[in-house]
Design a protein around this ligand. Sequence first.
Ligand code: ADP
Length: 254
Amino acid sequence: MITFDHVSKTFGLETHALSNITVAIPDGQFVFLIGSSGAGKSTFLRMILREVVPTEGTVTVDEWNTSTLPQSQIHLLRRHVGMVFQDFKLLADHTAYENIALGLEILGKTKEEIEKGVTDVLELVGLSHKRDSFPQQLSSGELQRVSIARAIVGGPKILLADEPTGNLDPDTSWDIIQILDEINKLGTTVIIATHNASFVNDMKKRTIVLKHGVIISDEEKGKYHQEKKEEREEKEKSKHHKHHEEKEKKHEHD
Ligand code: ADP
């Protein structure tokens, strides 16, 4: 369970990246975190990794309160949470296999454990045939698959993805979302931050919308109300229209 309890984050004196956020994300949930650039999505995710600590309030990730977590235990939290980025962050001089294996080497796994772990996640992301390819030999979609495999190989309970489809075309984006859904179905909590809401309505997952650091909606089986914006514009238009009509009527009467 991840909980944000009245969490605010201020950078400097003026930038309120998050303001009074209270939200709970139970184990195994799949969540879209939506909002335009600067809304606070990355800050939200980075708080779960304890890369950012709240100015006010408390963030708890399972048994860890990130504000009181001793420096010496941060690595335990980070093992628990995998992260996927828009720009993949793979090592250019390592093959797909080697990039993924790194995480397990750090954990001190044996060669056999690493072989099995990496083979399993490569299969899960559909990339077994590219295990010996270097990043420059892979397409953007394949690079994102490798980076997802690297994020989950250590078996994290939580997977965060910050704009994972930001560099991908719509079809490839959809494939990546399907893989993240697959990983969620295997039991991992998945939180995807994105400003691209085109696939959100089709997924019917919990959708939290951030605007200027504030949660403006939080819906189970969420929809991103892009249509709301259109409706709003439509309403504005008709209000404007009505106003004009009334003005004209008034004119006629005068
Ligand atoms: P998003 O991921 O939705 O684009 P961010 O969480 O990156 O939003 O940023 C929210 C706000 O906080 C922005 O105004 C951004 O400039 C500011 N911000 C984020 N990180 C820092 C930082 N380390 N120092 C100063 N300002 C920051």
